[in-house]
Design a protein. Structure first.
Length: 309
């Protein structure tokens, strides 16, 4: 994921005499850094809050949009990829720089109707399906995020209050990225890693700090530098994301993880309530009534374990 990072610094003009002005020209100095070598400079990410990438997550979550989409459209997505499950419903759209790019689909009926013991959240993004000359284009899986109740209970026991844990799955990436709620004296705090993928890469941690307000609003930091911002609108079901760092605005993996984090913002209270349902009994006994299904147990599996035949 790491790429070489380029920043530009333009020298300012100094007005002296006309002879000096013609003799001096604006100079441009280029410096190159590998991503992960150091956090971006504050001046590059915060001065004037220049926005290099805008993302809008629009959740519908209404019956009207379900009727407009129709069963036929759902079947086309299911035919294109097995990642669009039969119990999925399309419930929103992602816009990047004012262009509609992806649909949001999740297991709507199981999430709303299943008992707590069987409930989980699965949310995935797909490119928008388009019809051109009777040939369907798009419908490709771009990334997914799911709630792990078992891992959430482990984290909740550690920090002593309900703490959902989400796993991010990206196509072509063998790693599962964990988004974890951590301890914070006031407000909320989430974090996730940016894992090394190429020679020279370094492990980095992204931190999302909740801001004061009614919605799920977060400032996104790398170290002490604010590189992005996330604003959720509870009434319109929108989540607006701005990226202030030019290098990370070009990082596809960072963009997708941040977008998926924005997608679950509208589900966070429900997820916390679900985790708390099983965590309440753990405070004193250290034991929960939750019985992790196989899909949850697999997330604890030792990748170094080799079965002998």
């Amino acid at each position: 994921m790491a790429k070489k990072k380029t920043t530009k610094k333009a020298t300012t003009k100094k007005t002296t005499t006309e002879a000096e002005a013609t003799a001096k020209k604006d100079s441009t100095k280029k410096t190159t850094k590998k991503k992960g070598a150091a956090a971006p400079e504050k001046a590059a990410s915060e001065t004037g809050k220049q926005v290099f990438k805008k993302i809008r997550v629009n959740h519908w979550r209404t019956k009207l949009h379900d009727e407009e989409l129709g069963v036929h459209q759902k079947l086309k997505y299911q035919a294109k990829t097995r990642m669009y499950a039969k119990n999925f419903d399309t419930e929103g759209v992602i816009e990047i720089d004012d262009k509609k790019k992806y649909i949001i689909a999740y297991n709507k009926d199981p999430w709303q109707e299943d008992p707590p013991e069987k409930k989980t959240l699965l949310l995935r993004l797909f490119t928008i399906m388009e019809e051109k000359m009777n040939i369907g284009e798009g419908g490709n899986f771009k990334g997914g995020i799911e709630l792990s109740v078992a891992h959430s209970l482990v984290q909740s026991f550690e920090i002593k209050y309900p703490a959902p844990v989400y796993f991010v799955q990206l196509p072509g990436n063998p790693n599962l990225i964990r988004i974890v709620r951590g301890w914070r004296l006031k407000g909320t705090r989430w974090s996730w890693p940016l894992l090394p993928q190429e020679a020279g890469d370094k492990l980095q941690m992204i931190k999302a700090k909740g801001t004061v307000g009614l919605g799920r609003d977060y400032d996104i930091y790398l170290g002490d530098v604010k590189i992005a911002k996330l604003d959720s609108q509870r009434i319109t079901k929108d989540v607006e994301i701005e990226i202030y760092d030019e290098n990370y605005a070009k990082d596809k993996e960072f963009i997708m993880i941040l977008t998926l984090f924005g997608c679950v913002c509208m589900f966070m209270q429900e997820c916390e309530d679900l985790v708390n349902h099983f965590y309440k009994g753990m405070k004193e006994t250290g034991t929960t009534s939750y019985k992790p299904p196989r899909r949850e147990i697999i997330l604890f599996r030792n990748p170094r374990f080799v079965t002998r035949r």
